[in-house]
Design a protein around this ligand. Structure first.
Ligand code: ATP
Length: 199
């Protein structure tokens, strides 16, 4: 069976950067966020359920009106919970099918909310990426043109690094001054050894 590694971390921690290096090493990466968008836009059953939760048609342009959904969900955690309860299991199913078909020794799922979406149950090991909050704020402000307060709000809405790290097999410290490539190579070799044992 194809082995599976989960890669998670808060906003600006460097998940995408880390996964880019794994990709260069030839490891296929499934990006949960991209899959979720695809499913919400295209899966007819999911579209129907989202409309039912929203109480209106959110697909007048054929793609999900994400702004309107965000507006409806704002300050209504129960609605967000219901949308997640529909979308997360669909993303997990998609990953499961995609991973099972892979010919690689192991594959990666990249997800900011890996634990929250219970995706940890579908992977062999999880690598958590962390970085000092101040550096994360500076990175995201530079990338997304957001204010410090807006970035802080997003960070505060996510799980704490410590909680993620505690539940993870590997922790990568991606502070600006750290060398992450040796860490990634170590995990890569570890995962290859794990896959080798299955042969
Ligand atoms: P998000 O959850 O917002 O998608 P992410 O965890 O995937 O974030 P990245 O997109 O990989 O994070 O990184 C955020 C920004 O920080 C990017 O602009 C990236 O180039 C930069 N960055 C990542 N790691 C480092 C580092 N070690 N040193 C300096 N800049 C970094």
């Amino acid at each position: 069976m194809v082995r599976r590694l989960g890669v998670t971390g808060g906003i600006g921690s460097g998940k995408t950067t880390v996964c880019r290096i794994f990709r260069v090493l030839g490891v296929p990466v499934f990006v949960a966020d991209v899959a979720a968008r695809q499913i919400m836009n295209r899966d007819p059953a999911i579209r129907k359920e989202i409309n039912a939760i929203a109480g209106k048609d959110l697909y007048s342009t054929d793609e999900l009106d994400r702004k309107e959904l965000a507006r409806l969900i704002f300050n209504r955690p129960e609605l967000l919970r219901r949308v997640n309860a529909v979308v997360h299991p669909a993303v997990l199913r998609m990953f499961d099918e995609w991973a099972a078909k892979s010919e690689a020794p192991y594959v990666i799922m990249e997800a900011a909310i890996l634990f929250e979406a219970r995706a940890d149950t579908l992977v062999d090991r999880v690598a958590s990426i962390s970085a000092p909050v101040e550096e994360r704020i500076a990175r995201v402000m530079g990338r997304n043109d957001l204010s410090r307060e807006e970035v802080m709000e997003r960070i505060n809405n996510q799980m704490e690094d410590e909680e993620r790290d505690e539940q993870s097999y590997y922790v990568i410290n991606n502070a600006d001054n750290e060398m992450i490539i040796p860490e990634i190579l170590k995990i890569h070799n570890d995962m290859l050894r794990l896959a080798e044992k299955d042969r």
